[in-house]
Write a protein that binds this ligand. Structure first.
Ligand code: BEZ
Length: 328
C-alpha cells in the first residue's frame, strides 16, 4: 500500500498523531559550541547557519549556539563531539592538529603570501581532502573551513629583529605547530586561551602575544603594546565539525542539507576576513603605535627548522606547498 493510500484510510485524529510521530522522529535540536564570543565573526556565522538550516528544514531542525566556551574549551568540545554529547562545533584547526598532526601542515610559515592566497589554499581540493580522514582519526565529520586571517605579533617592548624575541614569554594558542615555530625563534611560547590574553599582556605576565588583526583591533590588544609586528607568518584556519556519531543517525537528505548550508557559511567567514583584514590593520596603525611590517627573512632560520620538523609530522605539507605554488 502506498503512502497516500495509507493516509486516506486513517481517521483524522489518528492521522495527526501519526504526522506528529513521523515529524518528531526526524526533527533535531542541534547544539553547536565554539570558543569565540557572541559578536565574533565565527559566532555570527554559526547563528546564520542555524537560521538558514531551520528555514530550509521548514522548522524541523534548530541549532542552539553556545559561544564563549560555555560548553568547555576546544579539547573538551572535541571529546563531547566524539561521544555524541555535542552535535556540532566550529573549532580552530589548532585543536584538530593536536589530534591529527597532518593538519599541522596548514600552519606552515609563509605558505600563504597574503590573506587572499590563504583563502585560495583553504578552498583547494587538497585542503578539503584532509577532512576525509577526520571520521576515522578523530570521530568527527569536517564540513569545510573558515579562518581568522593571518597571525601577527603584539609586543610590550620594541622589536627590531627576531633576536629581540629571544627568551620573551610569548602567548600562543595551545597547539604544537605554533609552539615549535616560536621555540625555533628562541622565544618562550606560553599557551593561553583567548579570555586570559588581555590581562596577561596588560600586567606583564607575557611579553608578547601571537594574534590575528581582527582581535588586535577589536579587543584592543594594542593598548599595552609598544610594537605590532605585521608578520603575516601563518594562516589560522577554522573547521566546521559534526559529531560522527550524530552524523550516522541523520538521513541522506539531512546530511546534504547540513553540509551545503554549513559549508556556505564557513566560506562566507573566509570572504569576510579577506575583505576586512587590511582595514583592521589600518585601524591599528591609526592608534599611533609602532606598526612594523616584516617578512619571512625576519625569522631567519626558524622557518627552515619548522619545515624540517613538520615535513615528517605532517606529510600533507608537500601537496599543500604545491597548491600554494599553483594558487599564488
Ligand atoms: C586565538 O587563540 O588566538 C584565537 C582563537 C579563536 C579565534 C581567534 C583567535
Amino acid at each position: 500500500m502506498g503512502f497516500a493510500k495509507l493516509f486516506s484510510r486513517v481517521a483524522p485524529v489518528a492521522l495527526s498523531a501519526l504526522v506528529l510521530t513521523v515529524g518528531s522522529a526526524f526533527a533535531k535540536e542541534f547544539r553547536l559550541g565554539l570558543i569565540t564570543p557572541p559578536p565574533h565573526i565565527w559566532t555570527k556565522a554559526a547563528g546564520d547557519f542555524g537560521e538558514e538550516l531551520s528555514s530550509a528544514s521548514g522548522g524541523e531542525h534548530t541549532v542552539t549556539v553556545f559561544p564563549s566556551r560555555q560548553l568547555g574549551n576546544e579539547a573538551q568540545m572535541m571529546q563531547q563531539l566524539q561521544t555524541g554529547a555535542l552535535d556540532m562545533a566550529f573549532l580552530t584547526i589548532a585543536e584538530v592538529s593536536n589530534r591529527v598532526p597532518d593538519f599541522g601542515a596548514l600552519y606552515a610559515p609563509y605558505m600563504a603570501n597574503d590573506i587572499g592566497h590563504a583563502g585560495r589554499i583553504l578552498r583547494s581540493d587538497t585542503a578539503k581532502d584532509l577532512l576525509n580522514s577526520l571520521p576515522q582519526k578523530a570521530g568527527v565529520v569536517g564540513l569545510g573551513y573558515g579562518m581568522a586571517g593571518l597571525r601577527q605579533i603584539v609586543s610590550r617592548d620594541p622589536i627590531e629583529t627576531a633576536g629581540d624575541l629571544s627568551g620573551k614569554k610569548l602567548r600562543i594558542t595551545p597547539f604544537e605547530p605554533i609552539k615549535d615555530f616560536y621555540n625555533s625563534v628562541g622565544a618562550a611560547p606560553t599557551p593561553m586561551p583567548l579570555p586570559a590574553v588581555y590581562d596577561a599582556l596588560a600586567n606583564g605576565q607575557v611579553d608578547a602575544i601571537d594574534m590575528d588583526a581582527e582581535l588586535i583591533w577589536k579587543l584592543k590588544y594594542y593598548d599595552h603594546a609598544d610594537t605590532i609586528l605585521v608578520s603575516n607568518h601563518m594562516m589560522f584556519p577554522m573547521v566546521g565539525l559534526v559529531s560522527a556519531k550524530v552524523w550516522k543517525g541523520l538521513s541522506k537528505e539531512d546530511r546534504e542539507m547540513i553540509s551545503t548550508i554549513m559549508a556556505k557559511h564557513l566560506d562566507g567567514v573566509i570572504d569576510t576576513y579577506v575583505e576586512k583584514e587590511a582595514g583592521w590593520l589600518k585601524d591599528v596603525e591609526g592608534t599611533g603605535k609602532t606598526v612594523r611590517e616584516v617578512d619571512a627573512t625576519f625569522f631567519e632560520s626558524a622557518i627552515g627548522d619548522w619545515e624540517n620538523t613538520w615535513s615528517e609530522k605532517a606529510p600533507a605539507l608537500t601537496d599543500l606547498r604545491k597548491v600554494a605554488e599553483d594558487t599564488k
